[in-house]
Write a protein that binds this ligand. Sequence first.
Ligand SMILES: CC(=O)N[C@H](C=O)[C@@H](O)[C@H](O)[C@H](O)COP(=O)(O)O
Length: 230
Amino acid sequence: MKNNFLETVKGKLVVSCQALSNEPLHSSFIMSRMARAAKQAGSVAIRCNSVVDIQAIQDETNLPIIGLNKVDYDDSPVYITPTMKEMRAVASTGAEVVACDVTGQKRPHGEKLSDIVTQMRQEFPDTLLMADTATIDNVHEAMDLGFDIIGTTMHGYTPDTEGMNIADDDFSYLKEVLEVADRPVIAEGKVDTPEKARYCIDLGCHAVVVGGAITRPLEIATKFINAVNA
Ligand SMILES: CC(=O)N[C@H](C=O)[C@@H](O)[C@H](O)[C@H](O)COP(=O)(O)O
């Protein structure tokens, strides 16, 4: 079966519909309705977390999926699809893309990312792999390991990059990623206005993922409240 994901999302916006157990909208049903709204607006794919949410969103929208599974382990800071177990579970849903952390940090149980990629290629040869990276070193590692898509997802969320924002200095980090990457780059993380999303595409990103600014009402409301209360 040919995976047309990259053709489908070229130059487009992908909406991320995620709510963890500590968030007000935590519910596969609600995420499926968020995804329905995103589809109605024209989103060509959905990024989402957990097997149950992926399945609910597939049933509701039939859109291609970037799937992940966030799990916290005691022995590692890596939480986006950290082990082979979660990779396999996400790929088994039929998600067109499986995204996982590529930040160079130690994975749970000492699992090696290179082994995970090898295993995934054997078990799910049609599934694309997206690297959720934070730094240029991570981008190089992802390319060396053969990831299909480079994401900027973790930029600003690792000890090395804490406090950084993709939009800093006229998107200088993203521009650097685009310079070094020899495969599709998806801009993701803190792209919080339509203008920024459009700029990511204009700079040469293959696609752009927007989450919180569309699907996290607590985050959106807080911005308004803070502005009014300031
Ligand atoms: C760092 C991390 O765990 N990012 C997660 C990855 O899937 C999601 O929580 C984000 O919502 C997603 O990356 C989209 O980003 P933003 O919501 O900023 O548009």
